[in-house]
Ligand binder design. Structure first.
Ligand code: PEP
Length: 258
C-alpha cells in the first residue's frame, strides 16, 4: 500500500475578535475568495467566538458553503452546574464539526492541563465533533532541550483512552508557544521534525492510525511563510490566528494548496 493521502486542513482561529455581525461578514468575504477547486483540495474552517457560532452557521447553511465551523473550546460534561461553559452537544446542534482543545492560551491563562484536554477531546468525540488537540512547548522548554518530551507528553495525555479508530480521525495542532502571535514562526525544518516525532509517537501506541491523523502547524503563519511550512512532508495544514482576521489573507494561505 502506498502512503496515505491526508487532506490538508486550514483553520482560522478568530480568538476573542469580532462581533457576530463581523464574523458573518468575514465568513462571507472568505467564501467570495474561495471556489470549489479550493474546497476539493483543502478542508477550510473558521473558529469564531461562541457568540458568533449561530450567525456563522446561518451564513454557511444559507449559502451552502463547504466551510467547517470550529469552536474554540468545550466543556467535558454533558450538562450540569458549570456556569459559563458550553457542552459538546450544544456545539453539535450548531453544526460545529471541530473544536480546538488545549490551546496554549487556555493552558496558560485558564489552567488547562493534559487531563482536562483529554476529557474535552473525549467529550467532543462522543458528540461527533473532531477535536483539534493543540500542543506546544514554551521557549524555556525548547532552550532546555525539553521540547520533544513536553509535546510528546501533551499528545499522549490528550489521546489517553481514545481508541485508535477515533485517533485516526482527529487533528493535532503543533503550536510552539513562542511562535503564537509573535510574528516569529518556527523554521519549517523545526516544525517538520517535531511533527514527524509526534506522528511516530502516535504510531507506537495506535499503529496505522498515525498515518491518517492530520497534524497541522500553528504559529505566526502568513501568506509569506505558508508555502515553506506547508511544503514539509508531515505538515497537513495550518491553524492561523492573527492573519485569519483578514479574510483575504486567510484565503491567500488556503490557496497555497491550489
Ligand atoms: C493560534 O492562536 O492558534 C495562532 C497560531 O495564532 P497566530 O497565527 O497569531 O500565531
Amino acid at each position: 500500500m502506498g502512503p496515505v493521502a491526508r487532506k490538508p486542513l486550514m483553520v482560522g482561529n478568530w480568538k476573542m475578535h469580532g462581533t457576530y455581525f463581523e464574523a458573518m461578514q468575514w465568513v462571507q468575504a472568505l467564501s467570495y475568495q474561495l471556489d470549489l477547486a479550493d474546497y476539493d483540495r483543502v478542508d477550510v474552517g473558521v473558529a469564531p467566538s461562541f457568540t458568533s457560532l449561530r450567525s456563522v452557521q446561518t451564513v454557511v447553511q444559507m449559502d451552502d458553503l463547504p466551510i467547517h465551523i470550529v469552536a474554540q473550546n468545550v466543556h467535558w460534561a454533558k450538562e450540569g452546574a458549570h456556569t459559563g461553559e458550553v457542552s459538546a452537544r450544544m456545539l453539535a446542534k450548531l453544526a460545529v464539526s471541530h473544536v480546538i482543545v488545549g490551546h496554549s492560551e487556555r493552558r496558560r491563562h485558564f489552567g488547562e492541563d493534559d487531563r482536562m484536554v483529554n476529557r474535552k477531546a473525549r467529550a467532543a468525540l462522543s458528540d461527533g465533533i473532531v477535536p483539534i488537540v493543540a500542543v506546544g512547548e514554551t521557549l524555556e522548554e525548547r532552550e532546555a532541550g525539553d521540547a520533544e518530551e513536553t509535546v510528546g507528553r501533551q499528545v499522549s495525555g490528550a489521546l489517553a483512552r481514545i481508541p485508535s479508530d477515533q485517533v485516526a480521525r482527529l487533528v493535532v495542532a503543533y503550536e510552539p508557544v513562542w511562535a503564537i502571535g509573535t510574528g516569529r514562526h518556527a523554521r519549517p525544518s523545526v516544525a517538520q521534525e517535531m511533527i514527524s516525532h509526534l506522528r511516530n509517537r502516535i504510531r507506537s501506541r495506535h499503529g496505522e492510525a498515525a498515518d491518517q491523523v492530520r497534524i497541522i502547524y500553528g504559529g505566526s503563519i502568513n501568506p509569506g511563510n505558508v508555502a515553506a511550512l506547508m511544503a514539509k512532508r508531515d505538515i497537513d495544514g495550518g491553524l492561523i490566528g492573527g492573519a485569519s482576521l483578514d479574510p483575504g489573507t486567510l484565503a491567500a494561505c488556503v490557496k497555497y494548496w491550489t
